[in-house]
Design a protein around this ligand. Structure first.
Ligand code: PMM
Length: 266
């Protein structure tokens, strides 16, 4: 079945969590709850990448995430570290993280791919064209899915040059990153092109703006999560290996239904 990556934000400014899980113990408890709900991977992040969000120093980021990565690993979870900083990736790997989730695809920090190559961690390479303060200025495409495939192939090649085999790579179309509303739908429509590149593909639509814009009336968190479950199931049918979500339980149900549709064994 499609893998579920559950989101554990350890940030005070996250749009979704609003700082509720800033406290380490609360973050760990939240992660364990997501694991009980069916998350295969817990994605721990200490820097919000939401449009317009402030960057934090690598030191602050590490103070937030390293104890959480350590505790969740000790509890037996597979942990990924959501970071664009090589030093945070290294610290999280030392604390037990098995996957580095770099939304910038190794572009934000020139040391990132080297750190990962020297470890046994897998890596998520996201499609990215710049930090959140300027990413919409970069949102020009001829054909979104085709352009994203070209750019992620380059990141895959850069990873290989650094010594990271494609089998360790997971590609992510970077939904919401340097993509305006409709461009995200264009990307999702062309998702099978990215799946065709070869490595595993991860898709993150959870609670994102383009998605809630498709709904009418007052959009509650519950409705955003329902909409997320639909896109996650559709991503699974398009061949995604995994989805990154806040609401693991609803996603699990949706993926089981998609799996039954496909005729898989769940
Ligand atoms: N989106 C966000 C953060 N990290 N990681 C991956 N691999 N893919 C994504 O789409 C992605 C990500 C932003 O969302 P959040 O602030 O709700 O975590």
């Amino acid at each position: 079945m499609t893998s579920i990556m559950g989101i554990v934000n350890v940030t005070p400014d996250s749009f979704s969590d609003g700082g509720r899980y800033l406290d380490h113990a609360a973050a760990v408890a939240h992660g364990l709850r997501l694991r009980a709900d069916g998350a295969d991977i817990l994605d721990v992040g200490g820097e919000s990448t939401r449009p317009g969000s402030e960057r934090v120093s690598a030191e602050v980021e590490q103070e937030r995430v390293v104890p959480v990565v350590h505790a969740l690993t000790e509890a037996g979870a597979v942990v990924s570290i959501d970071t664009m900083n090589a030093s945070t990736a290294a610290a999280a790997i030392a604390a037990g993280a098995r996957i580095v989730n770099d939304v910038s695809g190794g572009l934000a920090d020139p040391g990132m791919l080297t750190v990962i190559a020297a470890s046994r961690a897998d890596v998520v390479l996201g499609h990215w064209r710049g930090h959140s303060d300027r990413m919409y200025a970069e949102a020009e495409y001829r054909d979104v899915a085709r352009d994203v495939v070209v750019e992620l192939r380059e990141r895959l090649a850069a990873a290989a040059v650094a010594g990271i085999a494609p089998s360790r790579v997971i590609l992510d179309p970077g939904i919401g990153f340097a993509k305006r509303g409709e461009q995200n739908w264009e990307m999702l429509r062309g998702l099978s092109q990215l799946v065709g590149v070869g490595p595993r593909v991860l898709v993150g639509t959870s609670r994102k703006r383009f998605l809630t814009d498709a709904l009418d009336g007052e959009v509650t968190e519950e409705r955003r999560d329902l909409a997320t479950s639909v896109t996650s199931a559709l991503a699974a049918l398009a061949g995604a290996w995994g989805v990154r979500v806040h609401d693991v339980r609803a996603t699990r149900d949706a993926l089981r239904v998609a799996d039954a549709w496909r005729g898989g064994t769940s």
